[in-house]
Design a protein around this ligand. Structure first.
Ligand SMILES: *Cc1c(COP(=O)(O)O)cnc(C)c1O
Length: 376
């Protein structure tokens, strides 16, 4: 019997924290302060301190965090916002929902993060902001991004939805731009038991604007100063997140150890390219995903899935090839690096509780796939 390995194992994480989470949830159930309760305020403070920013404002999801961060920093109708062609669709959706126009840039072939050179080529008189995405848990090149922002007077909103706890040259991801967005979708490095998100910023006026936008535009009940909406981080989710935040660094260290194990084991395979870590040092990549490039990717994917090994592709279709964004007018071939990545990348199982045996089982299956190919 070969070992089955799930892509992520949320049950394993929950089992290790069950009593703490039960107690935290129980306290909220007793108090019943479900909307913008005490736990939400405490989590906002603790996460801000963890990131090294002045304020965090809890919202309903990472997608909302991006949209509200754009709106709160003044991005709106007619503004162009540059973002990478290879990201989760939410990065582009947030721009469109804020009334702006997503402008895509190609990515770097080694780290898959936005190419600063391509960003510069796509700046126009209408460009207002950029959204670097810390994809897979590795910081984008924030020195280059911030230098471009300064030169052209652009706003930087970090999409840190895959990078809780990641560090760029001494600063936490999410503490570098004007504002940043985090998602607490359950499988993220810091995940709730449902949807949730946060906007982080050190600009008090941006934080205040987010507080209005998430809560009907009111500072005082029934006094609506702007046209806000309803996008709040549940008190119950905040209580869960407070428990889990204490483990985030430990989990990120475990992810990094697993990544090193994979890279050591797969390094000798000529048909596989293992992830590039741009800088060494703790938390310089927090491996939300462990993404390889593989020859005959689709066949390998099917081989692994039928062997009971969970894998995924992040993402199979770049944003400009999505039906929802055909109106942007891009065509196949416009972002060659992102398009090639979409054909070759494969995300292997990755979660803090993984055992060495599970990693060995994944690597052995990959070896078996290419060995069989060599014989045929
Ligand atoms: C998860 C994610 C989002 C969206 O977060 P939700 O909480 O699911 O809305 C945005 N951008 C990136 C890069 C993500 O991985």
């Amino acid at each position: 019997m070969r070992m089955k390995v799930p892509f992520v194992d949320l049950a394993a994480q929950h089992a290790s924290l069950k009593s703490e989470i039960d107690e935290a949830v129980g306290c909220v159930m007793t108090k019943c302060d479900f909307i913008l309760g005490e736990e939400t305020a405490k989590f906002e403070e603790e996460f801000a301190e963890y990131l090294g920013v002045k304020k965090c404002v809890g919202v309903a999801s990472g997608t909302d965090a991006l949209e509200l961060a754009l709106r709160a920093t003044g991005v709106g109708a007619g503004d162009e916002v540059i973002l990478p062609a290879n990201s989760f669709i939410a990065t582009a959706l947030a721009v469109a929902r804020a009334g702006g126009r997503p402008v895509l840039a190609d990515v770097l072939p080694d780290t898959y993060s936005i190419s600063p050179e391509d960003v510069e080529r796509r700046i126009t008189s209408r460009t207002k902001a950029m959204i670097p995405v810390h994809l897979y848990g590795q910081p984008a090149d924030m020195d280059a991004i911030m230098a471009i922002a300064r030169r052209h007077g652009l706003i930087v909103i970090e999409d840190a939805c895959q990078a809780h706890g990641a560090v760029w040259k001494g600063s936490k991801c999410g503490s570098i731009g004007a504002a940043s967005a985090f998602s607490f979708y359950p499988s993220k490095n810091l995940g709730a038991c449902g949807d949730g998100g946060v906007v982080a910023t050190s600009d008090e006026s941006v934080a205040e604007q987010i507080r209005l936008l998430r809560n009907y535009g009111q500072r005082v009940k029934y006094e609506h100063v702007i046209k806000g909406g309803n996008s709040r981080l549940d008190t119950l989710q905040a209580a869960v997140l407070r428990v889990k935040l204490a483990y985030l660094d430990k989990w990120n260290r475990a992810r990094s150890v697993h990544a090193e194990h994979y890279t050591r084991r797969l390094g000798h395979l000529s048909k596989v390219v293992t992830p590039v870590v741009r800088y060494g040092g703790e938390f310089s990549h927090v491996f939300h995903l462990y993404v390889i490039r593989a020859e005959r990717r689709d066949e390998l994917l099917n081989f692994l899935l039928s062997a009971g090994i969970g894998c995924g592709i992040h993402y199979p279709r770049p944003i400009h090839m999505q039906p929802a964004f055909l109106d942007l007018g891009y065509r196949e071939g416009d972002f060659p690096v992102a398009e090639q990545a979409a054909r070759e990348i494969l995300s292997l199982p990755m979660f803090p509780e993984m055992s060495d045996e599970q990693i060995e089982a994944v690597c052995e299956s990959i070896e078996r796939f290419y060995k069989n190919e060599g014989q045929s």
